[in-house]
Design a protein around this ligand. Sequence first.
Ligand SMILES: *[C@@H]1O[C@H](CO)[C@@H](O)[C@H](O)[C@H]1NC(C)=O
Ligand SMILES: *[C@@H]1O[C@H](CO)[C@@H](O)[C@H](O)[C@H]1NC(C)=O
Ligand SMILES: *[C@@H]1O[C@H](CO)[C@@H](O)[C@H](O)[C@H]1NC(C)=O
Length: 280
Amino acid sequence: MEEGYVTTKRVMMFLQLLTPILLLPLLISSSSGEAVNSSENRVCVSKGGRSHQAYELEGKLPESADLEFKDLNMCNMFHEKTCCSASRMLSASLALQNLATHGEASKDCLFWFELLECSICHPDVGVQSGPLRVCASFCDTVFEACSDAYFSTSDSTNQVIVPCVASNDTICEKASKLETNGTAFCEAVGFTVAKPAGDSVEEPCYGSKSILVTVVPVVESLMKTVRLQDRNYELLILDLQTCLKIAVFVLESTMIYRLFYQLVRDARRLRRRNRNRRRF
Ligand SMILES: *[C@@H]1O[C@H](CO)[C@@H](O)[C@H](O)[C@H]1NC(C)=O
Ligand SMILES: *[C@@H]1O[C@H](CO)[C@@H](O)[C@H](O)[C@H]1NC(C)=O
Ligand SMILES: *[C@@H]1O[C@H](CO)[C@@H](O)[C@H](O)[C@H]1NC(C)=O
């Protein structure tokens, strides 16, 4: 009974998800230049910043996660293709564990914080030459989800915060007590935030609404509709990625077919016109 209900629910979700997914390839193919260059044949470029730890795959193509990385059981959404390795993500994994246990974080918070921590593992981020910038809007979402989770200031300047750790001499406080907004939160956790530049186009950033830059925004907007309390949400993301690939393929095929059809039609019209001209 329970299983049947869950299955129905997932099917319903899937139908909800399908519409935006089908729109996606349109957006992707409309930026022809970007799509050509995007991530094929581009190698991992270390980002510096934050932990200053280089990719082990520096200068090489992104790969699928090795067993060690898979065992960390984090950033699963990027395991298929990433510049990250287990050693690169050990401290992030520890931070997540602290957030779950000592930080008393909600499931939503854990989900968003993981997406934030895993930004460096996104395949497109890995191969981009610029620094990693997180979108302010994405930070707002993380901050909102994590406002009741406990963090502590890790140094005397109070500029840096980490998920609460088990130690007698640190005082943990709710994120909402320590920071006032998403941007300040992301910066305190150690990320560089892309500033929304007035009314001009937002610079490319992780978690942006502009679908071209990353898959995360898709996941993000879908998560909002689906509400991620569902215990199947991880499966859903995986399904989603497969679905996305299929959708892109189908749309590309359709467009190629259309183009071809149009060429044939034009040729036919031309031939007809030539024939008519000859007649007179
Ligand atoms: C494609 O990549 C090359 C080398 O990285 C770069 O010079 C070029 O500007 C890129 N083209 C586009 C359209 O992004
Ligand atoms: C921290 O707490 C533990 C017990 O929870 C105690 O054994 C230890 O002595 C304490 N350390 C300090 C520095 O207060
Ligand atoms: C976010 O908070 C910081 C520090 O509290 C503040 O300086 C900044 O202006 C705030 N930004 C926004 C967009 O509210």
